[in-house]
Ligand binder design. Structure first.
Ligand SMILES: Cc1cc2nc3c(=O)[nH]c(=O)nc-3n(C[C@H](O)[C@H](O)[C@H](O)COP(=O)(O)OP(=O)(O)OC[C@H]3O[C@@H](n4cnc5c(N)ncnc54)[C@H](O)[C@@H]3O)c2cc1C
Length: 502
């Protein structure tokens, strides 16, 4: 029997055995005739270890979900994330179907010299942190469920769910929790890092709407965290990313909101880019909380003409929308305008493929507190089309309810910003990315002086450790204390990492 077939069949046998109930562990092992062979792996600290086949079979037997080794059906799908540039191969992949499986997988990783551990929910990580080479990936895609209580106006969301599931379930009762703008983004990564989106200026970041979380911490414990229970952990999870454990359940407060909003994109020829950004710098600062508006300046690949414009969502009443959006008419007739009364859930899905981050790309980002003329010039003058790449720069607006939360109320520290400025370059998968990445780094170097801090969920792959720590400002010391308590061995290190000091 070929080695690969052997591995597959033996782990599959153990998994199948684990699914059958009321059997002793001994019986389970009898049904798994032989353990899979030993597997080479690496630890979080970079050491090389060998995982014993029997230990892998034990883990498979402890889990209800699947345990995948290279070559297994589903292994390639699980190891890949949205950005195809990250072509990594974990030594093994656990796909929990519930909290018990998450605990089993975390126990395994910790007890094997703190295996390198990647946690994947929606797989949107721009820095490729949700997959890894040689370690263990915990892929939460089989752990997706949303339950809305329309009377209490709350939602419970399991740790692997996508935000489109929550939008779909909550809007069935004209209720909403602020989430991101692309429906296949994972709640797990989005919410632990912050959560900007179309109604965040009105209701706050996603983290501001959390009332409790269930977390599996590095020691395999299952903890509930809220303002009253494990409050430090609750504070840290709201903006500290995946540093403290795996969130198996999020509980949100929901807000009443009508399904129909006004939204779409308004695009002009690139020649108007400077005028558009100058307008945006002023208009966005006077906008009511109900208006979410961002700008986009973009060159498609192939040397086609560039475009500049806005993407917007007004979630107040339709009659007010006209008055609020009226100043935009000063910009003249756009080349394309999709602004319309639209179902919120449909709008939330509308960028699923054409959001600049929804393609293979390299991303740079930073927070800005204003848009002076020099920044506008740097954005417009430096951006250029290219036959082999797309280039774009855009902003996700902050302000409103987001900025009314004190910077130390949650771990998310950057509460005084105008918005998140992002610049991305995309290329055909398979092309050498070197020249494209070099170009965007040079371009970003002209914008970066205008930024202060960055969104940890848009962490660049090569972000320096010191900058990651500084980004949390005065919240960093408390984050280290929480890390020391809940993950002193830094098992959860593939993230914007808070380094423990014990
Ligand atoms: C197309 C696209 C659109 C985006 N739009 C927005 C937006 O509108 N607003 C916004 O704020 N951000 C947005 N982002 C950024 C997004 O918030 C981050 O990429 C986020 O990390 C995605 O979460 P994920 O679960 O999909 O990612 P994954 O790659 O699966 O996970 C990223 C990290 O999150 C952590 N993590 C995931 N699940 C859990 C869990 N259950 N418990 C603990 N930690 C966990 C892990 O550390 C993991 O490495 C967008 C990104 C993309 C690619």
């Amino acid at each position: 029997m070929k080695r690969r077939t052997f591995v597959r069949s033996s782990v599959a046998a153990a998994v199948a055995a684990s699914l059958s109930t009321r059997r002793s562990m001994a019986a389970l092992y009898q049904e798994a005739p032989q353990a899979p062979p030993d597997v080479d792996a690496i630890t979080g600290a970079g050491g090389e270890i060998t995982l014993k086949g029997k230990d892998i079979a034990d883990l498979a037997a402890r889990m209800r979900g699947r345990l995948l080794l290279p070559g297994d059906d589903g292994y390639d799908q699980a190891r890949h994330i949205l950005n195809p540039s990250f072509d990594k191969r974990p030594a093994l992949i656990a796909q929990p179907t519930g909290t018990a499986d998450v605990r089993a997988a975390v126990d395994f990783a910790r007890d094997h010299d703190n295996l390198l551990l990647a946690v994947k929910c929606g797989g949107h990580s721009a820095s490729g942190k949700s997959t890894c080479d040689g370690g263990m990936q915990i892929d939460l895609s089989a752990f997706r469920d949303v339950r809305v209580d329309p009377i209490a106006r709350t939602a419970r969301v399991t740790g692997g769910s996508l935000l489109g599931q929550l939008d779909h379930e909550s809007m069935a009762y004209d209720l909403v929790a602020p989430m991101g703008t692309v429906s296949h983004t994972g709640v797990g990564g989005l919410v632990t890092g912050g959560g900007f989106g179309r109604v965040a200026r009105r209701f706050g970041l996603s983290v501001d709407n959390l009332t409790s979380v269930d977390v599996v911490t590095a020691d395999g414990q299952f903890l509930r965290a809220s303002k009253d229970e494990n409050p430090d952990l609750f504070w840290g999870v709201r903006g500290g990313g995946g540093n403290f454990g795996i969130v198996t359940s999020f509980e949100f407060d929901l807000h009443p909101m009508q399904r129909q909003v006004v939204g779409g994109r308004v695009m002009f020829p690139i020649a108007k880019a400077r005028e558009i950004l100058t307008f945006f710098a002023d208009y966005s600062q006077k906008a009511p909380d109900e208006l979410d508006i961002g700008f986009l300046v973009f060159y498609p690949p192939g040397g086609a003409d560039g475009m500049a414009g806005f993407f917007l969502c007004y979630s107040g009443s339709e009659s007010e929308a006209e008055r609020v959006l009226a100043p935009m008419s000063a910009l003249g007739t756009p080349m394309a305008d999709t602004t319309q009364a639209i179902d919120y859930v449909a709008l939330q899905r509308s960028g699923d493929t054409d959001d600049p981050r929804a393609r293979g790309s390299y991303l740079k980002s930073g927070f800005v507190s204003s848009m002076p003329a020099d920044l506008i010039s740097a954005i417009v003058d430096g951006l250029e089309g290219h036959p082999d790449r797309s280039t774009g720069v855009f902003m996700q607006l902050s302000g409103g309810a987001i900025n009314r939360v004190p910077s130390d109320a949650t771990a998310f520290a950057n509460r005084d910003i105008m918005g998140n400025l992002l610049s991305s370059v995309g290329w055909k998968h398979g092309d050498d990315p070197g020249q494209h990445i070099r170009w965007i780094k040079d371009y970003w170097a002209t914008l970066e002086p205008f930024t202060k801090g960055f969104y940890s969920n848009d962490l660049a792959v090569d972000q320096r450790t010191a900058a990651i720590h500084a980004n949390w400002g005065e919240n960093y010391d408390r984050l280290v204390r929480v890390k020391n308590e809940y993950d002193p061995g830094n098992l959860f290190r593939l993230n914007a990492n808070v380094q423990p000091t014990v």
